[in-house]
Design a binder for this molecule. Structure first.
Ligand code: SAM
Length: 363
């Protein structure tokens, strides 16, 4: 990064999420944009069960609910008041477990207050979610062991941390092989100016700390993850004129990515795969990323990395796989410019027209 954030960055962020913001409606950008139409029914139902106080302090920027969750061990980086953790606790079921890590006492207090409530609502004999105080760039200090987690999620948090590489390194360390980091975050179309990066409110609103989207690919590669896969892209608008003056022409988008950790040395071979419709909530088709959608019963030729992902991950039992015909041509999934996607899809930059946010009031 070429510029430096404000010196007391961590304390400022704690103050912003612990004291300045009281509810989602206090946000000053359209960061909290969770388009309801994209959610599968079982996910909507799980979210409906989350306690109102928890939901009122939701500050995320995407739907971080991966598929195929039953019995999984999940970790949420920057779990806040726990909305995603509680919904996911329902979806992993009584044999799964969700751990949320956050550094802000006030947010942790709200989350901890409602652990028993959700256990009862879900009808589980014991809680399957816990919240730990800690820093996501130092997960070891929070007691998270090497290769102990199946899936990591994170919703609008990594941009708040100065050392993004440290966060991704820690995520890689604690994930099992075949596991994934499935996360939503804010990205920019350019390297941001010093003025933007040192702005306290814009930093707290997840704008100033946004990586230029290409930087994510470089960091992911250096840490050992496979190429990030893009799932969804939504524009983020800075509404207030005084903040817009600071950000100028820079564009922002929240992007949902999935990054897999694979055992090295997998076969460099394309495969033909057939989805068997067994993933909960997706009997007809599984939209894996922007490049691959798997329809039930239909053969799809996938590149060597996607083939290794399906073989090594929790999706292995959901596919029948065989060697691709030798004439089959595939291209490895590469970098995707989220801003080009927005331009091509003709989406307006103002999220109010298509999401559940109205002005600064969010869902
Ligand atoms: C934008 S909020 C998102 C919270 C939650 N994921 C949600 O969707 O509601 C950011 C959260 O990240 C936490 N956070 C920021 N930097 C952190 C760090 N370095 N370590 C742990 N938590 C952090 C903040 O305390 C805050 O609760």
């Amino acid at each position: 990064m070429s510029c430096c954030p404000a010196p007391n960055l961590t304390d400022d962020v704690k103050e912003y999420y612990g004291k300045t913001l009281q509810t989602t409606g206090d946000l000053q950008t359209s960061m909290c944009t969770t388009p309801a139409q994209k959610m599968a029914k079982h996910v909507r139902e799980a979210l409906k069960l989350v306690h109102d106080e928890v939901t009122s302090k939701y500050y995320g920027c995407g739907i971080v609910v991966p598929e195929c969750l039953e019995g999984m061990k999940l970790l949420d980086l920057g779990s806040g008041s726990g909305r995603d953790c509680f919904a996911l606790a329902k979806l992993v079921g009584p044999d799964g477990f969700v751990t949320g890590v956050d550094m802000t006492d006030e947010q942790l207090a709200v989350a901890n207050k409602h652990v028993e409530y959700h256990q009862k609502v879900f009808g589980f004999s014991k809680p399957n979610v816990k919240f730990v105080k800690g820093y996501i760039e130092k997960l070891g200090d929070a007691g998270i062991a090497d290769e102990s987690v199946d899936i990591i999620i994170s919703n609008c948090v990594i941009n708040l941390v100065k050392d993004k590489e440290a966060v991704l390194k820690e995520a890689y360390r604690v994930l099992k092989y075949g596991g994934e980091l499935y996360f939503s975050d804010v990205y920019s179309d350019c390297i941001l100016s010093e003025e933007v990066r040192s702005h306290k409110v814009l930093w707290g609103e997840c704008v100033s700390g946004a990586l230029q989207w290409k930087q994510l690919y470089d960091i992911a590669k250096s840490v050992g993850f496979e190429t990030p896969r893009t799932l969804t892209v939504h524009p983020v608008e800075v509404h207030k004129p005084e903040l817009k003056k600071v950000t100028g022409d820079a564009k922002f988008a929240s992007v949902l990515y999935r990054l897999f950790k694979l055992k090295p040395g997998f076969e460099n071979e394309a495969s033909q795969v057939i989805y068997n419709g067994s993933v909960t909530g997706f009997p007809d088709k599984l939209e894996f990323d922007r490049d691959y959608t798997f329809e039930n019963g239909k053969a799809v030729t996938v590149d060597s990395v996607t083939s290794a992902i399906l073989k090594q991950s929790r999706f292995a039992d959901d596919f029948m796989m065989k060697k691709a015909p030798c004439c089959a041509k595939t291209t490895l999934v590469g970098e995707v410019d989220p801003f080009q996607i927005l331009e091509e899809s003709g989406e307006k930059v103002d999220m109010r027209s298509q999401a559940c946010c109205t002005g600064t009031k969010c869902c």
